[in-house]
Design a protein around this ligand. Structure first.
Ligand code: SF4
Length: 323
């Protein structure tokens, strides 16, 4: 394992069986052969349409869902082969920020109790109030005295998500999955929260998997990107190269669909990728994207392209870039 990598995921599959009477089970192939590295202290954005498997991938990396096959090396240890009851150390090291802060926070707990709970469960800290106050200061919920006694329903959406971030970071994890952390917030606070995550990442050296359907937000909070389609990556690389010069037809379509912020161009029709993603029970043979791809060739219907390096740190799975 490279010393620069905190996480190395190889050929990861998460298939959910659908049992049928007197018939072989069918499988929902939510994650279907994904490989990637996450370097220490960086953010890798995982982008794709809803249902592409990105949330399942994030949860599998935390062992919140069981992988079907493949490996996940965290700091050199394969966490897929460790029994659940021996993963307590990993539950401290690796945390998640959920999309909906309202349902992820206990409505009967005050902000103080929400933040104190993980410290108690993990037996951390002699002076827990000091850690709680520091966590609130980190997420800029000040004056702190005003917030500690409040319940989640007394906070705005942005303030609730700051509490959820404080709770995720209070145990000083080195790896965090941020699953659509701003998609339920007002547009006006989304960038603020992403910049806050960036600032905390720089301060504490956390590696993030930033899961989002909104490719327009990745530039605020990511170093590299993996574009996911029907359970697997179709393109990955540095944000600045992939977003400014996408190679895979699906990545191109996602980028062309980003609304133009210039009000003059408000009524210019945006191109959207035609058709629907495939049913994960019945993924098409060959290239998974071929039924929707305007460049599909005969080979695309027969043979699956694999993710290969087309230039340094740039990977694409498409026969147009056959190597
Ligand atoms: Fe399109 Fe073929 Fe490339 Fe798939 S492999 S994205 S169908 S050109």
């Amino acid at each position: 394992m490279s010393i620069a990598n905190l996480l190395e995921v190889r050929n990861l599959r998460v298939w959910f069986p659908i049992r049928r009477l007197f018939k072989e089970p069918l499988f929902v192939r939510a994650v279907d052969g994904v490989s990637f590295d996450l370097r220490r202290g960086e953010t890798l954005a995982i982008v794709g349409e809803s249902g592409c498997g990105k949330t399942t991938l994030g949860k599998a990396c935390l062992r919140l869902v069981e992988p079907t096959s493949g490996s996940i090396l965290y700091d050199g240890r394969d966490i897929t082969s460790i029994p659940d009851k021996e993963l307590k150390w990993y539950r401290r090291e690796a945390q998640i920020i959920y999309q909906d802060p309202f349902s992820s926070l206990n409505p009967f707990f005050t902000v103080y109790k929400i933040l104190e709970e993980p410290l108690i469960v993990n037996e951390v800290g002699d002076d827990r109030s000091e850690l709680v106050y520091k966590a609130l200061e980190d997420v800029k919920l000040t004056p702190i005295e005003e917030f500690v006694g409040k319940y989640p329903h007394m906070l705005s959406g942005g303030q609730r998500q700051r509490v959820a971030i404080a709770r995720a970071l209070i145990l000083k994890p080195r790896f965090v999955v941020a699953d659509e952390p701003v998609s339920m917030l007002d547009v006006s606070v989304r960038v603020e929260i992403l910049y806050l995550l960036k600032e905390l990442q720089e301060r504490y050296g956390i590696a993030f998997l930033y899961i989002t359907h909104d490719i327009a937000t990745v530039k605020y909070f990511s170093d590299r990107i993996g574009v996911m389609y029907a359970g697997n990556f179709v393109e990955s690389g540095l944000i600045k190269t992939v977003v400014s010069d996408p190679l895979h037809p699906y990545t191109k379509a996602l980028i062309e669909a980003i609304p133009d912020p210039d009000p003059k161009n408000r009524f210019v029709e945006r191109k959207v990728v035609a058709g629907e993603p495939p049913n994960p029970i019945d993924i098409p043979p060959g290239c998974r994207f071929h039924p929707r791809c305007p460049y599909a060739m005969p080979v695309c219907r027969e043979r699956e392209p694999i993710l290969g390096e087309v230039e340094k740190d740039r990977y694409v799975a498409c026969w147009l870039y056959d190597r």
